[in-house]
Each structure stands twice: as structure tokens, then as C-alpha cells.
Design a protein around this ligand. Structure first.
Ligand code: SAM
Length: 262
């Protein structure tokens, strides 16, 4: 086991995996995760809605939008319907670079490196606080003269300073050409979510890394200079949800949006 892996402190990637029903977590992650669920009962729904949003956003981008390159920052532990599986089902030649700074995600990364023969997947052990090093390392896996979908799902909430979070997004989007996309999800206290604030306070005392919620205005500022795709900034559960049942999906307190660089 890597000596970077701490099994005595709950860590986000592993607790997220627990909420998604995965097995790649330790007792401390399950204990903290279950306590959070006690405070904020819809957190499991949030995690599932976030993954479903990922599926719909990548399906749109690889399909209708014709994107062939994905930079998935804050990947999380491998689960079902990872970005490359969704994208390469539609476009077998899609190329995906996964980025995370959690050593346990690195330890499981080979499950993400199962590319179709026509495409490619790579994994980068890097920190979102240093976007320049990510940009430097993604080539030649990605061709930065061609459009890239930069995905940051549930990760900017771990960058506590909003100006820094904005600067990270800006620097990443400056590195990719016109026709690239930004895909974001982020927790908020503005869409209800009974117990969300208490759960975040508990998290920040008992787990790592610390987390913050953001307002719609702050979320919108991450998309400044980009063109938001319809329906704009909504609960990620509502973003182009599959309508066949006719039922409105449960609203979760997590914003989601996809925006295009003009
Ligand atoms: C809530 S999980 C989201 C996983 C996946 N994107 C999803 O939406 O299902 C957040 C992930 O971001 C990673 N992460 C947090 N801070 C990071 C940082 N500074 N640099 C890189 N990854 C980070 C965590 O290790 C974790 O795997």
C-alpha cells in the first residue's frame, strides 16, 4: 500500500465510492459517510445524480457535439459508466485523460485504462491546484490544438478559495481551443437539501479534504466567457434528464452545467 494512503482519516474519493455503493473504502470512510447520510439524507441521491449527469453530458459531447477528447479532473474511484466507457461507446476513437490527486484513485487507476483499441485513456496523478502542470502533462495524450471537454465534477468544491477556483478554470480553459467545453457540478445550499450545511460542517471537522458549497452566482462565474448550453445552470439531476417516465427527477442540491468556449 502506498504510504500516501491514510486509512485512519476519511477521504473524499473513498466516501464518495461508499455513497455510490462501491467497495473501495475503509471502515473510517463508511463511518463518516454514514454519519453524513444521517445528517443529510439525500447525499446518496446527490452522488448518483452527479454520475447520471456525467453520463448525459458525455453522451451529448461525444455524440451531437462531436468531441473526441476529454480531460476528467477529479475522476474519483473507478465505478460504472466511467467517462471513457460512455464516450467510447459513441466514439471509439475518443481519448480520455483522467486526473486525481488521491493515492487510492491512483492505486485503482488500471481499471480506467481499458481503452478501446481505436482510442486511448491515460491517468495523471496531479493536483488541480496546479493547472499548468496538468496542461503540460496531458500532451501528447491529448492534442491541445483540437477541442477538449474539461470535466470538473464535484471537485471545485475542494478548492476553498473562490478566486483560486475561478483562476484554475480560467487557466485550464485558456489552454484549450475554441469549440472546447467545460462540464461542471458543484454542491450548493441554494437548492434545498435538508441538513446539507450541518453535514459539510461535520465533514470539515472529521474528513479530508475540506469542502465548501457555492451560490449560483459563484458557479456562474466559473463559466464566464463561455456559452452555457441549454438548460443553463440547474440541479444536475434536471440537466437534460431522460424524460421517458414523464416524472420529474428528484431535485438534488448540486448545480450542473455544460458550457462551450466560443
Ligand atoms: C466527489 S469526487 C467526484 C468524482 C467524480 N468526478 C464524480 O463526479 O463522480 C471528487 C474527486 O476529486 C478529487 N480531488 C479533490 N481535490 C483534488 C485536487 N486538488 N486535485 C485533484 N483531484 C482532487 C478527489 O480525490 C475525488 O476523487
Amino acid at each position: 500500500m502506498s504510504d500516501r494512503i491514510r486509512t485512519d482519516v476519511a477521504h473524499n474519493a473513498r466516501v464518495w465510492n461508499h455513497w455510490l455503493g462501491g467497495k473501495d473504502n475503509y471502515p473510517v470512510d463508511r463511518a463518516v459517510g454514514d454519519h453524513v447520510t444521517g445528517l443529510y439524507p439525500s447525499i446518496g441521491e446527490v452522488a448518483r445524480a452527479d454520475r447520471a449527469f456525467l453520463g448525459r453530458a458525455v453522451t451529448h459531447l461525444a455524440g451531437e457535439a462531436g468531441v473526441r477528447q476529454f480531460l476528467d479532473i477529479g475522476t474519483g474511484l473507478p465505478t460504472v459508466e466511467n467517462t471513457h466507457e460512455v464516450a467510447q461507446r459513441i466514439a471509439p476513437d475518443a481519448r480520455i485523460v483522467y486526473v486525481d490527486n488521491d493515492p487510492i484513485v491512483l492505486a485503482h487507476a488500471r481499471a480506467l485504462l481499458t481503452s478501446s483499441p481505436e482510442g486511448a485513456t491515460e491517468y495523471l496523478d496531479a493536483d488541480a491546484h496546479d493547472p499548468e502542470s496538468i496542461v503540460r502533462s496531458v500532451e501528447p495524450a491529448l492534442d491541445l490544438t483540437r477541442p477538449v471537454a474539461v470535466m470538473m465534477l464535484g471537485i471545485l468544491n475542494f478548492v476553498m478559495d473562490t478566486d483560486e477556483a475561478r483562476s484554475i478554470v480560467r487557466r485550464l480553459m485558456e489552454a484549450v481551443p475554441s469549440g472546447s467545453y467545460l462540464v461542471l457540478t458543484h454542491p450548493t445550499l441554494e437548492l434545498g437539501g435538508e441538513g446539507n450545511a450541518e453535514a459539510m460542517a461535520f465533514w470539515n471537522e472529521n474528513a479530508t479534504p475540506p469542502i465548501t458549497a457555492r451560490s449560483r452566482a459563484e458557479f456562474a462565474s466559473f463559466c464566464e466567457g463561455l456559452d452555457l448550453l441549454e438548460p443553463g445552470i440547474v440541479s444536475c439531476a434536471h440537466w437534460r434528464h431522460d424524460p421517458p417516465t414523464g416524472a420529474e427527477p428528484v431535485l438534488v442540491a448540486q448545480f450542473g452545467a455544460v458550457a462551450r468556449k466560443p
